[in-house]
Design a protein around this ligand. Structure first.
Ligand SMILES: Nc1ncnc2c1ncn2[C@@H]1O[C@H](COP(=O)(O)OP(=O)(O)O)[C@@H](O)[C@H]1O
Ligand SMILES: [Mg+2]
Length: 355
């Protein structure tokens, strides 16, 4: 990925470079985010052609595969990412509520499991006794639908909160059927915000301003981003401490990831230095195909310990949960899919300092 402007982020460029929005003096080309990404927080970029990357060499030994709980055995069992699984503690309910960790589910590619992860990770964290808010930040309203809310019936949505100063969060936030899990719903109105926000002062900080007063009321806030890297997503990244990147385990996922990490580095540099990648999550993993395993191997080579040990396997259960409008953790509480999201919740909480 070079330094060219991403479609939909020109306004960010304008804001960051101090130019008048929409005014591009010629002949000088736009130089968005010209500061190089910080080496410490930026993962190694993936090569454009991942086939050029060296093949993984690690061979699993019988010792690696021995069970975790064997007191005489080696340390740990190998997980689906090819690394020893950590022994993570069962998260205990927090002594007090807040301040919230704000985590954006982000990948500009659609259909990679952002919404599914927001809903089910949110529900799994809520099960631990933490107060969780899900923010639907996609005009398609999929997170709202997935929790049984019909977007076209909404009188107020996150759009009103962003655009009208006289609306307060408690007028828009609603409880869900899951204990400890609240929803800030969205609908197609939000697509207008992408355009209207361009006129606002400090437009990249609009969501952060809206969230500030409710940070003490929650332990975790998860933002379900739209499949784009436009101003709404930049708002989500600016309001967050962490990012979870769901990644469908298939070839083209990798190229999108290089573009995404580039954008994240630019937001870190210009708008939000506290933003960190909490982890990269393999989704729709089919362990029976060598292709899915190869993709996961490559992602681990490039991003090392940033890749979650938990991988979400492909199952028809998720499309079913959308129909019934509830998370997998309540729809099929003892399913493998529910267990995977509970494991992910443990990892996310372990990685967030105030988890
Ligand atoms: N692990 C999975 N196995 C099978 N289908 C899945 C899985 N995760 C998500 N899906 C389905 O894939 C589709 C896209 O997922 P979604 O979470 O909406 O992606 P995004 O929000 O990134 O567009 C949905 O129909 C969802 O039900
Ligand atoms: Mg979605």
């Amino acid at each position: 990925m070079n330094e060219s402007t991403f479609p939909g982020t020109e306004h960010v460029t304008d804001h960051l470079s101090g130019r008048i929005p929409g005014h591009h003096p010629s002949p000088e080309p736009a130089q968005p985010f010209s500061t190089p990404p910080r080496p410490v927080t930026t993962p190694r970029a993936l090569p454009d052609n991942y086939a050029e990357m060296p093949k993984p060499t690690a061979k699993l030994t019988a010792e690696d595969l021995a069970p975790v709980n064997d007191p005489n055995g080696p340390r740990h069992k190998i997980g689906p990412t090819g690394r020893p699984l950590p022994d993570l503690p069962v998260p205990q309910p927090p002594a007090k509520t807040g301040p919230a960790q704000v985590i954006a589910m982000c990948n500009q590619k659609g259909g990679v499991g952002k919404t599914t992860t927001t809903i089910n990770l949110g529900a799994a964290i809520a099960e631990t006794g933490r107060k969780v808010l899900l923010i639907d930040f996609d005009p398609q309203g999929s997170a709202s639908i997935g929790l049984g809310v019909q977007p076209h019936d909404l009188e107020l949505s996150v759009y009103n909160l962003l655009m009208q100063r006289d609306i307060t969060p408690d007028e828009v936030i609603r409880p869900t059927r899951v204990e400890n899990l609240d929803l800030l719903p969205a609908n197609i109105d939000l697509s207008a915000a992408e355009v209207q926000l361009v006129q606002e002062v400090a437009r990249e900080y609009t969501l952060q301003r809206v969230l500030d007063p409710i940070i003490p009321n929650y332990d975790v806030i998860l933002i379900d981003c739209a499949p784009s890297l436009g101003l709404l997503t930049v708002n989500a990244l600016t309001a967050s401490n962490g990012i979870v990147v769901p990644l469908e385990c298939e070839f083209f996922a990798l190229r999108g990831l290089a573009m995404l990490t580039d954008t994240i580095a630019k937001v870190q540099d210009r708008l939000n230095p506290k933003l960190e990648i909490v982890g990269i999550l393999g989704t729709m993993f089919d362990g029976r195909t060598t292709h899915a395993r190869e993709v996961l191997d490559r992602v681990v080579q490039a991003f090392d310990e940033r890749v979650f040990h938990t991988v979400i396997r492909r199952t028809v259960k998720f499309p079913e949960t959308t129909v019934v409008g509830e998370p997998i953790t309540t729809y099929a509480p003892s399913s493998q899919a529910a267990t995977q999201y509970r494991d992910l919740a443990k990892e996310v909480l372990a990685r967030c300092p105030a988890g």
